[in-house]
Design a protein around this ligand. Structure first.
Ligand code: PLP
Length: 418
């Protein structure tokens, strides 16, 4: 008893330092420790980045600025012009400070882009998911969520924060979703939540079939198009557009931080849905809005994507080239129809070693991806070719990968389910 009290006093006096150290140590022991590289992207020279520690230039192969929009002159110019005319910050929440014209313009553009009535901008894609999903349960009492088991952390947290009932269906498995829907009273409000393309395996949801089930079971549909907005469909607005079923989706969620090349998130939906979320979502109400210059840069980027398909086409060529070369060299990756190329290593230490060797020996930066981002035993390197990667860069990458696999004696397991 006395010992217990003394221990508590000691912990208080040391501000719980030992507990924090222990926590970090356990992460190290699992091989999950991450040191972030100090990199400066070079606008105009993307995909090159400079390592601040030694001034070395490296080629980034794992970046989500999928089209290199973040370095386009007209995107930078739009931001700079608005920064000069409107200043740096939004100045507060929209609830108290009011709208600014650039955000209003951006929301109108996003609504048009997705062929919906309205849109609402948030500070990130994460916040858009978290706050929209948790707020839906306030608006729809007795709501049940149906969520793919591999949905992103922001979706998982949004659903958890809603405290609504949930049914998790097997990854991309339409029969599992059907069974889950059948198990719930048809009269209860339901929302099916899924991603268009999953960021860690690059696989696509069976979106048309999900929409059919939604009709059959009277459920709303919520799609996360974070990894596909800007890249797919007639105008680059995503997979729902590509599959011709955007009108069947009630809420399209996206980010401005990946293919759009800026930062921020949004949802696009009917007037009624957007109005209800605007008035009730804490992640919208209680936080400072994105800056006008950020909104201006996003507008310039989306307008370009909407009208031009060359960047998308070139990206797709580079993706296909890399996939074909990997197949030739017998380097296995998860086969998919998307721009995401995950090469499974299957061991956290080896994945880190491969990533370190690519950086130090070949000036190639690709982050190794470990648990909890992916299941243990499926540790991987994830490559995302962009239109800014040249053919020669692809050849050099594949040569470097072949060398690294030989030196480290990496024996890939059969890729069954990743
Ligand atoms: N949804 C998915 C599927 C994601 O992968 C991510 C981020 O990587 C997000 C949402 C969050 O988007 P943002 O980076 O804009 O916060």
């Amino acid at each position: 008893m006395v010992w217990h009290i003394l221990e508590k006093i000691y912990k208080l006096m040391t501000r719980y330092k030992e507990d924090f150290t222990k926590h970090v140590l356990s992460i190290r022991e699992e091989g999950r420790y991450r040191k972030f590289l100090n990199l400066s992207r070079s606008a105009g020279r993307f995909p090159y980045s400079t390592l601040e520690d030694n001034g070395k230039e490296v080629i980034m192969w794992c970046i989500n600025d999928y089209l290199g929009m973040g370095q386009k002159e007209f995107v930078i110019e739009a931001a700079v012009k608005t920064l000069r005319s409107m200043g740096s910050g939004a100045g507060g929440t929209r609830n108290i400070g009011g709208n600014n014209s650039k955000i209003v313009e951006l929301e109108k553009l996003l609504a048009r882009f997705h062929n919906k009535e309205s849109a609402l901008v948030f500070t990130s894609g994460y916040v858009a998911n978290d706050t929209t999903l948790s707020t839906l349960a306030k608006i729809l009492p007795d709501l049940v969520f149906f969520s793919d088991e591999d949905n992103h952390a922001s979706i998982i947290h949004g659903i958890r924060n809603s405290r609504a009932e949930k049914r998790i269906y097997k990854h991309l498995d339409i029969m599992s979703l059907r069974k889950a829907l059948e198990s719930v009273d048809i009269a209860r409000p339901k929302v099916i939540v899924f991603e268009s393309v999953y960021s860690m395996d690059g696989l696509e949801s069976p979106i048309e079939e999900i929409c059919k089930l939604a009709d059959e079971f009277n459920a709303m549909t919520y799609i996360d198009e974070v990894h596909t907005v800007g890249l797919y469909g007639n105008n680059g607005s995503g997979i729902a557009n590509l599959r011709g079923c955007a009108d069947k989706i009630d809420i399209i969620q996206g980010t401005l931080g990946k293919a759009i090349g800026v930062i921020g998130g949004y949802i696009s939906a009917s007037d009624e849905i957007i109005e209800a979320i605007r008035l009730s979502a804490p992640g919208f109400i209680f936080t400072t809005a994105i800056s006008p210059s950020t909104a201006a840069a996003a507008i310039a980027s989306i307008e370009h994507i909407d009208r031009n398909s060359e960047d998308r086409k070139l990206q797709s060529d580079r993706v296909n080239l890399l996939k074909n070369m990997l197949r030739k060299e017998n380097i296995k990756f998860i086969e998919n129809n998307s721009h995401i190329i995950p090469i499974i290593i299957g061991d956290p230490i080896l994945a880190k070693k491969a990533s370190d060797m690519l950086l130090n020996k070949y000036s190639i930066f690709v982050q190794h991806i470990n648990f909890p981002t992916v299941p243990k035993g499926t540790e991987r390197l994830r490559f995302t070719p962009t239109p800014c990667h040249t053919e020669d860069m692809v050849f050099e990458l594949v040569k470097a990968l072949t060398d690294v696999f030989t030196i480290l004696k990496i024996k890939q397991k059969e890729i069954v389910a990743a």
